[in-house]
Ligand binder design. Structure first.
Ligand code: GKR
Ligand code: MG
Length: 408
């Protein structure tokens, strides 16, 4: 009989190269911070997880990892009880991130120990591959004091269409998302309209990350209606977005204001967001994300998946989860095309015709590349920052730049 008890949990912080992508909070720093979680069972099976590499999550993981020894990898109730005990003062937000990071590795260990894929453990595969969208960003040509990257500068509609063309040609994406909240809204709408002209059949979305005032969005609605399949976090908060949702039939989507279970009742009460962009990294792992999908099904909410800069363990987990979720109503987000580093053997998971096939093999179906893990950990150790700070990075390019949410 396989011994499924956890013998050890190892957490390795890593930093991987990230291009100068822009959003409402500023500009991506040259390296994104992440963590790789290894859950090792008494029988020596290793399950993998990937999560944030910020100080709070790393400290939370360090505090709770020792208390998981002896826990069976099937015991999710035990995991959450131990997370609560190890992090008594932590806000729900942090507990969900820390427990969720370990939870994914527990599923992978269970799958590897029993010869089953995570998608099967989560309820069974309902789609052969998972569709993702082309995730477009405005960007600088290169990081401050660095040479331009291959994507070059993207600040105009023409450059945006070129970026989209490269991404669609390389990966076959069907839907297109524009990260907005960076330039004046009318300039961003012009970008979106240029994308519509260039890709007449592509479902489009725009995401200013809460960066627009309610009155701005209300003024823009006539141009957005018929142009986008959903409008993502146009303004700040549940109340502000409810005002907008009341004024339009375009569904509003969020990965900012409905991000834990307690946000669901006020969202339903105010009818603010009709699409939830789930994310297993902050909803508490794969089981919690399946539960969220069920809640969305019952209450008639649309569902898709949010992304942050990530590597292949996360993409594999997102793919297994999405492949086991019947009511996934829109193509998921992924930052993967922007990443040049990888931490799994064999390199990045292929995106073909805009979709990722569920990796073969037990568990998540991916294996850690230990040489790359070591190199990316070396990057982390050499960095002088320990938290994401897009605002400071932005001011290296635009010294007078001011943060605002809403801003425009
Ligand atoms: O990578 C970014 O700059 C995004 O803005 C990311 O931080 C967001 O969390 C995300 O992708 C979103 O959809 O809001
Ligand atoms: Mg978003």
């Amino acid at each position: 009989m396989t011994d499924l008890r956890i013998a050890d949990i190892r957490v390795t912080p890593i930093a991987f190269y990230d291009p100068p992508l822009l959003n409402n909070a500023g500009c991506h720093q040259p390296f994104a911070l992440r963590s790789v979680i290894e859950v090792e069972t008494e029988d020596g099976v290793i399950g993998l997880g990937e999560s944030y590499g910020t100080e709070d999550v790393l400290a939370g993981l360090a505090a709770m990892a020792p208390s998981c020894r002896g826990l069976a990898v099937t015991d999710l109730n035990g995991l959450w009880a131990r997370t609560a005990t190890a992090l008594p003062e932590a806000p729900t937000r942090l507990r969900l991130r820390v427990g969720g990071a370990v939870e994914v590795a527990m599923w992978d260990a269970l799958g590897k120990a029993t010869g089953q894929r995570v998608v099967d453990l989560l309820g069974g595969q309902v789609r052969a591959s998972v569709p993702f969208s082309a995730y477009l960003f405005y960007k600088f040509a290169g990081h401050a004091n660095e040479a331009p990257d291959d994507w070059g500068e993207v600040l105009s509609p023409e450059q945006l269409v070129e970026e989209a063309r490269s991404m669609v040609d390389a990966y076959g994406f069907k839907a297109i998302k524009l990260k907005a909240g960076v330039l004046e809204p009318l300039a961003e709408i012009a970008g979106l309209e240029a994308l519509r002209d260039a890709f007449p059949d592509a479902p489009l979305r725009i995401d200013p990350n809460g960066g627009w005032h309610v009155h701005t969005v209300l003024d823009l609605l006539p141009r957005l209606e018929g142009l986008v399949e959903y409008l993502e976090d146009p303004t700040k908060g549940i109340d502000g977005n409810a005002v907008i949702q009341a004024a339009t039939d375009v569904p509003l989507a969020t990965n900012m204001y409905v991000v834990e279970p307690s946000h669901l009742p006020p969202n339903m009460k105010h009818d603010a967001f009709r699409v939830i962009l789930s994310d297993h990294h902050y909803w508490g792992g794969l089981k919690a994300s399946r539960d969220l999908a069920e809640i969305c099904r019952i209450w008639g909410l649309g569902l898709s998946m949010h992304s942050n800069s990530h590597l292949g363990i996360s993409l594999a987990a997102m793919t297994h989860l999405a492949a086991a979720t019947p009511n996934l109503t829109y193509d998921c987000d992924t930052h993967q095309p922007w990443q040049t580093d990888e931490v799994i053997e064999g390199g990045k998971l292929p995106i073909v015709n805009g979709a990722v096939a569920v990796p073969d093999g037990p568990g998540l179906g991916v294996t850690l590349d230990r040489a790359e893990l070591k190199r990316l950990n070396g990057n982390f150790e050499a960095l002088e920052y320990r938290t994401r700070d897009d605002a400071t990075e932005m001011r290296k390019h635009w010294p007078d730049w001011q943060y605002g949410r809403p801003k425009f």
